[in-house]
Ligand binder design. Structure first.
Ligand code: NI
Length: 189
């Protein structure tokens, strides 16, 4: 099932998401639906708050980056309760987008390496290190679980310049080639 994607402006994107267990109701179906929703929208990552669920669950498919970054080729995972507990390496800029912000792409600086703990769908705990595009997507998606989005990484000036565009997104005055849910009024932060 394809879920509508929650647009910027919805308070669910500002909420701290709750931890879940691998016994979460219908987890397998939910993960499958999140992958389907993400792929339908052409995304490389999706966090549960983006479908209106304030729980710590993300899906990532970095395989579209495989030609530039071979390590990304094998990364297609659902992560429960992911926690980036350390970041290192030089910050680099990447022109990021987000399914909750159709039509918006901005250069975002983030550290190149992440250390992440998470649980997989079977309840197995993992502690891993990633760099490149996988580290980039993981940082973007984990932000969503902490009520943060990629525009929060922009300078106050840049954000001010984007205000009108952001208001349009919140109001639904944008076009996206996937189903979205708008709250109808902007939320300034
Ligand atoms: Ni996003």
């Amino acid at each position: 099932m394809i879920y509508p994607i929650v647009a910027y402006g919805d308070p669910v994107l500002r909420r701290q998401a709750e931890e879940i267990g691998s016994d979460y109701p219908d987890l397998k179906q939910l993960v499958a639906d999140m992958f389907e929703t993400m792929e339908h929208a052409g995304g490389v990552g999706l966090a549960a708050p983006q479908i209106g669920l304030s729980i710590k669950l993300i899906v990532v498919d970095a395989t579209p980056f495989a030609s530039e970054d071979p390590a990304a080729g094998g990364f297609r995972k659902a992560l429960l309760n992911p926690e980036i507990y350390a970041q290192e390496g030089e910050e680099w800029a990447f022109n990021e987008g987000c399914l909750s912000f159709p039509g918006l792409h901005e250069d975002v600086y983030r550290p190149s390496v992440v250390h992440i703990r998470y649980m997989d769908e079977t309840g197995l705990a993992h502690d891993e290190v990633y760099d490149g595009y996988v580290a980039r997507v993981l940082q973007h998606e984990c932000d969503h679980l902490n009520g943060k989005t990629f525009v929060d990484h922009l300078s106050p000036l840049r954000k001010a310049l984007l205000r009108r565009k952001l208001d349009c997104i919140a109001k639904g005055a944008v076009s996206a080639d996937y189903k979205m849910k708008f709250v109808g009024k902007p939320k300034h932060r």
